[in-house]
Design a protein around this ligand. Sequence first.
Ligand code: MN
Length: 310
Amino acid sequence: MLIIHHWDTDGIASTALTVKALNLDKFINLSPPIGEFRFDERIRKEIEKAEQIYVLDLSLPHEVEDIEKEIVFIDHHIQAKIKNPKVKQINPALNGEYSPSASFVVSQYFSLWNEWSALGALGDIGRKAFEIPKVRELLKNAEISEYEAFRLVQLIDSNYIVVDRKGVEEAVKVLLESSTKELLEYEPWIKKVEAIEKTIDDAISGLELKNGFAFVTFESPFNVISKVARKAVWELGYKGAVVVNRNFQGKAQVYFRISSELADKIKMSEIISTLRGKGFNAGGKREVLGCICEKERIDDVLGIINAHLR
Ligand SMILES: [Mn+2]
């Protein structure tokens, strides 16, 4: 049995639920390379050896089209219908129904609900998950407070934020074998959260202010750039933040967040189009822009952003 899953709390919780529901004592679980939505060589090799495959919380319908094995594909993202007859695609979004997380779809599918179902939703949609009665009920039954639930998500997510693929994969076993209290005191995860927080604080300490905008430049192998920008805008109150990680796993990351009040004035979609037009890998929404590029091209990206701010 092979389970391929997303690297975040929802993916890990969905995997733990599947293992428990099927009462598996032998299984292999793998995550794609963190940050890359694809099946790599390592996953392809395990697929060759596997008899039964589950794909959880990964919106990669095209990756399973050519696999001639029994696959159960459970997800909640909006995606194409899979044509491969060997694949059983379980996704309420195919019928236009909303699901907060893959963990909810997995729980529904196996009729197995517990705190992991709730944590998956909390991981994916944040505070809004507490508006779902089922989430509150599951946490209450497990005697987990709101604070503890957030902390658990933070601990589980720390594995992918520090880009530790092995840590992500091992997290499933940790979840299966530990009580909530043990998870909250699990030293390897606590250390990762501390390292993440220190990285964010160090980055913020180098913040420079220009016309009400925060400019932050730092260097870290951790994927914390969006958290740095969030802290500058949401917590420190700057109207915008331009953040650069000069060396993230060999590449550069540029991230731009504006406050919601500014979102009417600054057309983020135009900046994203300009970047894409110049061949950059950029994406985002109304209030955020993210771009990953070669280190040598950081100034070109910043130039395009600055030109729009003027
Ligand atoms: Mn998800």
